[in-house]
Write a new protein. Structure first.
Length: 146
């Protein structure tokens, strides 16, 4: 019985799988470059039911996508656009690609938007009150009539 329990525990440790959501599973995208206007059109869709996706940047390599080393991309563009749940977004990025770059490999960086937590702080007003007089001071005021 102990051996069976040990095997089950080792099996669970060995088969540990994370079930975290990946933003790229919900982000569907298409690209279109307009050489006339020097803009990259990104048509993005967020298929998540209740999380907003923020596209942060776009990296471009002027080669085919097979075996590309992304350590040093040819161009990096800041995007910073939000795509709300179950919606589409047309993102326009001003991008001037050289005429010799007939092939392009594009990679988007995205993340889920974290909800801001607001903390309400209550400030107490300090009301100034005159300090209480001591018994001796009260007696002196009674005697002198102040």
């Amino acid at each position: 019985m102990k051996k069976l329990l040990g095997i089950v525990v080792l099996g669970l440790l060995w088969c540990n799988v994370g079930f975290a959501e990946d933003v790229y599973d919900y982000l569907k995208k298409e690209y279109e470059y307009s050489r006339d206007f020097n803009v990259m059109n990104i048509y993005a869709h967020n298929s998540h039911s209740n999380k907003t996706i923020k596209v942060t940047k776009m990296e471009v390599m002027f080669s085919e996508c097979g075996g590309v080393n992304w350590d040093n991309p040819d161009r990096i563009y800041s995007v910073n656009r939000k795509i709300f749940p179950q919606s589409d977004k047309h993102i326009i990025v001003e991008a001037r690609f050289p005429n010799s770059a007939k092939q392009r490999c594009i990679r988007l960086w995205a993340e889920f938007v974290k909800k801001k937590t607001t903390t309400q702080t209550t400030t107490k007003k300090k009301i100034y009150t005159k300090p209480e007089k001591s018994g001796a001071k009260k007696l002196l005021e009674k005697i002198f009539g102040n």
